[in-house]
Design a protein around this ligand. Sequence first.
Ligand code: SF4
Length: 363
Amino acid sequence: MAFLNAKVSSTISKKASNYIEIQLAATLIHWYSREKRILPWRESRNPYSVWLSEIILQQTRVAQGTPYFNNFIKKFPTIRDLANASEQEVLKLWEGLGYYSRARNLLAAARQVSDEYGGNFPSTYKELLKLKGIGPYTAAAIASICFDERVPVIDGNVFRLIARIFGITADISQAPSRKEFEVAAQKILPIEAPGDFNQAMMEFGALVCKPFNPDCQRCELSSFCYAFKENAQHLLPVKRKKIKAQERVLNYHVFTHKELVCMNKRAKGDIWQGLWDFFLDERSDSNYFAHEYKGEVKAVYGPISHKLTHQNLNVWFHQIEIANLTKFQELANKLELTIFSIHELVTLPKSKLIVNYLTRVKF
Ligand code: SF4
């Protein structure tokens, strides 16, 4: 392991290491049994619930993800129910949560479990990795929590906690660093109840050893924490600077004819694949379409700011009313758009950006 300085490595002497392995696990599990948040997916060790919660909570806060979890369980109580759903149903339920590939993978994995495993989740880390959308983190969470397999779960909270306790300086944004953290986590992972221990690590990182202002004064692990002793909490974990997000302007053209609207279904390979939006054109000149199809630019709305992982979008919406129905249909055909009534829009799965626009405007 790369430690912050040589002095630290001495803290991981054999004696201290033994102490950490035993005491850390016991302290954490005790803390977890006392302080853990009551969350619906913790009511059982059902792999369907655990898997669903783990996928929903990737890139999502617990408070935001919980209603989505409840809605999914209500609509699809078993994995077979989910496997029988259509992609549009799943995307609709996922609406507003972002990172829509998660929803598509969710459905693909449910179908895999249903078709290839007779509706029962595979019970080992190795087998779980074969399911669509399940990476090392989710596979380890399901294998340890539901099937007591002794594999460490390394999420952002665990990276932070381990980096601070052991003084590990490997850059957590670099894939090869993961191994180093896995080795450290594996060393302290108990044989009994590894799932509880993993959850305790994640929960402790989320509630106590927080990114900013960790609660060190009341922390039960402070006696063997490197960062606490060296006052290095703010230096750990080490994370390379984020790539600067690219600024981008988008122009949507919202073609309407009375109570009808032209919608576009996002194609395969797109971040918003399967979701519905409007005709997107790089050119901002809405007069072009108004002129070509004898319409009128009724409103230009924007910019709405929308952040993606590596892009900051500034989005304009140009509403163009086409008075003649034949021209409107001709336009829809030419641009391969689908015509819906305004009232039907609510049933279509849409990105948060489009939902935001629709809640702010009146046609
Ligand atoms: S002492 Fe502070 S930095 Fe160390 S584990 Fe506890 S909360 Fe985290």
